[in-house]
Design a protein around this ligand. Structure first.
Ligand SMILES: [Zn+2]
Length: 113
């Protein structure tokens, strides 16, 4: 019955909250499981690095007030986490990932944020 709805994540309530807000910078096991279900591989276009070998990136950076909530996190490999343009005040270099309408999209450099 759920197959027509796309990916579905079912996580036990006994393992803690889904969203961590500003309480913890690092994604919980529950969040990592949910994010790997959304993106089994790095979310950067064309990258196939498995989620279990990657990192969990804050779309709005932690240092700019981003929260450790599933809506603000995405699976990235170590390389693409490193080249993502995190700082909105820095000169654009390689583009960045954003969440638009619930979907992760790559925003090219030199476009408005
Ligand atoms: Zn990647």
């Amino acid at each position: 019955a759920c197959a027509n709805e796309g990916l579905i994540t079912v996580i036990s309530r006994t393992l803690g909250p889904v969203d961590l807000y500003r309480f913890d910078r690092f994604a919980s096991v529950k969040q990592r499981t949910m994010l790997a279900a959304e993106h089994p591989t790095c979310a950067w276009p064309g990258c196939n690095t498995p989620a279990e070998r990657g990192q969990f990136h804050h779309l709005t950076p932690w240092k700019h007030g981003g929260e450790t909530n599933v809506a603000n996190l995405v699976t990235l490999c170590n390389y693409h986490n490193g080249i993502n343009d995190d700082d909105p005040n820095a000169p654009p270099r390689r583009g960045r990932l954003t969440r638009q309408g619930g979907t992760i999209v790559w925003q090219p450099p030199h476009t408005s944020r």
